[in-house]
Design a protein around this ligand. Structure first.
Ligand code: 5AD
Ligand code: SF4
Length: 470
């Protein structure tokens, strides 16, 4: 039985891709192992969004150089976004790599591994660049890779990611995604429904719908157009499914029909990730985000007016080309005003092949980027902490996901254990419980909170009058 090791970096799309690659290879008889040493095939599922993610993969590849010399039959593969972006360059930088496969060609992996094992040398399959054909040709070269699920590779048996679209057409100037993940293509609602029904029948209680701009979902079939709100309504009827989340939202596509669906459908999480990226109109313009700060503010106000208990999270990029101190202060102001549940803050990383890298100089010094990054993080931590304090003494309903991070480290398999789960607004809750509660929805009373976590106890309801033993 060939042994497979896979390492995944990047976003939830990559986690789902890895799950599907593993599912297809297990069907071919591969066994999954947890270290590269025991593996016959080592795959890296890569990310290109920032330079740091790429550097990590190239150094991991560097560490395998000697292992490959000692065991020339070990197959080393680089798949995903960096494979699509760097293509032959991967072989030039790490000549002992056997396989390079872009995210739109993952279905080819089993066949390519067979060919390599049969001695046909290094293999590469990538999709067309967006300039290498007309839209239809480029679209066809990116295949959505969906139906093979593998329960054991999911975050938990009760949770699954479901892709509803691939690619992106927004072309924000800093972003490599439209190049490496290709044109935006939505999947038919009927296919998505069938996949979710199957997952629910397998015991999955929560799904997260994935798309780079998930709220731009649009597909025409069955004589009508399906928007994300229509899809949510359709999935809401599925028995056994209890919670539906979706990421990532594009601010301009946050339409009222979607907000109404979040408000009116109880299974839909009251949690919206809507990245703003910057609080300065000049920077947003250079980023080609296609909205102004006041349009984003209006969207946020509308969202909160319609769904008062909603939790909104955001992304900010600091140090984008030409970002002045005033631009940065405007981002800080928006972060404070926005009262986000959480914000992910990133230092701008120029990506070759994007308009940003071509048109603008990466002119904010690294130490300034670092300082701005730390400043925004500190502001957000204070806000998150204040926001979480509101939950003290309150009861929340969580889906129990499994042992908490610290319980996992203890490596103790007694039934009583520290568990973790999430509320409908995506807040992490830690409590003392029993392993059999994993996968259940439980009421929890919160007694403590920091910026990242709520701490609570399971609510127990007494039935009938209390009787005290004398
Ligand atoms: N540099 C830094 N951050 C980036 N992001 C996307 N591209 C870049 C880049 N070149 C961030 C954006 C996006 C998140 C997934 O990653 O904030 O929302
Ligand atoms: Fe990248 Fe912008 Fe598309 Fe998001 S919307 S994936 S940031 S191009």
């Amino acid at each position: 039985m060939p042994k497979l090791y896979i390492e995944t970096v990047g976003c939830q799309m990559n986690m789902l891709d890895s799950e599907l690659v593993v599912a297809s290879l297990r069907r071919q008889g591969y066994e999954l192992v947890t270290t590269p040493h025991e593996a016959d095939t080592i795959l890296f599922n890569t990310c290109s969004v920032r330079q740091h993610a790429e550097d990590k993969i190239y150094s991991a590849l560097g560490r395998l150089k000697d292992a490959k010399k000692l065991h020339p039959h070990k197959i080393i593969g680089v798949v995903g976004c960096m494979a699509q972006k760097d293509q032959r360059l991967v072989f030039e930088r790490a000549p002992y790599v056997d396989l390079v496969v872009g995210p739109g060609q993952l279905h080819q992996i089993p066949k390519l591994l067979d060919e390599i094992a049969a001695g046909s040398g290094p293999q590469m399959e990538v999709s067309l660049d967006r300039t290498e054909g007309n839209r239809l040709e480029v679209e066809r070269s990116f295949e959505s890779y969906d139906p093979l699920r593998d329960e054991q590779m999911r975050p938990s048996p009760y949770q699954a990611f479901v892709r509803i679209m691939i690619g992106c057409d927004k072309f924000c100037t800093y972003c490599i995604v439209p190049k490496v993940r290709g044109p935006e293509q939505s999947r038919p609602a009927a296919h998505i429904e069938a996949e979710v029904r199957k997952l629910a029948a397998e015991g999955c209680r929560e799904i997260t719908l994935l798309g780079q701009t998930v709220n731009s979902y649009s597909h025409t079939a069955e004589g009508r157009r399906w928007r994300l709100s229509d899809l949510l309504e359709r999935l809401h009827t599925i028995d056994g499914l209890e919670r539906i989340k979706f990421v990532t939202n594009y601010p301009l596509d946050m339409t009222d029909d979607l907000l109404e669906a979040v408000r009116d459908l109880p299974k839909v999480s009251r949690y919206l990730h809507v990245p703003v990226q910057s609080g300065s109109d000049a920077v947003l313009k250079r980023m080609t985000r296609c909205y102004t700060v006041s349009e984003y503010r209006e969207m946020l106000a509308r969202t909160r007016a319609m769904i008062p208990d909603v939790a909104v999270t955001s992304d900010f990029i600091v140090g984008f080309c030409g970002e002045t101190e005033e631009d940065f202060v405007a981002s800080a102001r928006l972060l404070i005003e926005g009262r986000f549940k959480n914000s992910f803050i990133f230092k701008y990383s120029p990506r070759e092949g994007t308009k940003g890298a071509e048109l603008f100089a990466d002119d904010v010094p690294e130490d300034v980027k670092r300082r701005r990054n730390n400043d925004l993080l500190a502001l957000q931590t204070t806000i998150s902490e204040e926001d979480n304090q509101r939950f003290l003494g309150r009861e929340v309903r969580i889906l129990v996901e499994g042992p908490s991070k610290s319980a996992r480290k203890l490596d103790d398999d007694s039934p009583q254990v520290q568990l973790t789960g999430r509320t409908t607004c995506d807040r992490i809750v830690v409590f003392e419980g029993n392993r059999r509660q994993i996968g259940q929805f439980l009421p929890i009373t919160i007694y403590d909170a920091n910026a990242f976590t709520l701490f609570g106890t399971v609510v127990t309801h007494h039935v009938g009058p209390e009787v005290y033993a004398l």
